[in-house]
Design a protein. Sequence first.
Length: 188
Amino acid sequence: MPKVGSEESEKEAVLKRAKLMLVSARTAPKSGGIDDVLTLIVCGEERDALADEMEKTAEERNIRGFIRDAKNIRDSDAVVLIGVRGTKHFGSNCGACGYLSCDEFKKAEKILGQDFEEPTCLFKALDLGIALGSAAKTASVLNVDNQIMYRIGVAAKKLNMLPEASIIIGIPLSAKGKSIYFDRPVEF
C-alpha cells in the first residue's frame, strides 16, 4: 500500500467536512420551510482571490481587521460561504425590516449598501444565522477548526461568488496543530 502524507490527507479530510457543512446549512430549520440559503466551498485560487479582495478593502476603508482575516484565509484549507436571498420577504408583516408590510418591503428598491443588499427580511437573516450555526457546529463536531467571519462575506459579495445572495458570511476551515483562529488580536 502506498504511503499517504498527513498534509495531503488532512486537506482532503477538511474538504470532505466542508461538504458536510453544506448539508448542515441546507437542512437547518428555515422560516416557514422556505429555503433561501445558498452555499459554496472555496479553495485554492478562489480562496486567494477572497484574501486579495479583503486586503484591498482594508486599504480602502483603513480597517486592519480585513488584513488579519485575509491572512487567516490564506492559511486555511477551504472556506465555506453561506448566503441568503434576504431581499425576499417572508410574509408575516412583522415590520422588523422597517416597512409596515411585506408588500411595502417587496416594492421597496433593493440597493447595495456598503457591504450587502438592503432592505433585509428579518426572517431570512435569522435563517442565515441558523444555517451558519449548524455548519460551524458540524465542523466543530468533526474536529475542524473554524471561525464565522463577516469580512469574508464582504469580499465574496464584491467578487459575486454567490450572485443571488444579498448577504454572505464565510467560515474558513483549518486542520493544524493549533487553531489559527484562536490567538487573533482584536481589530476593527
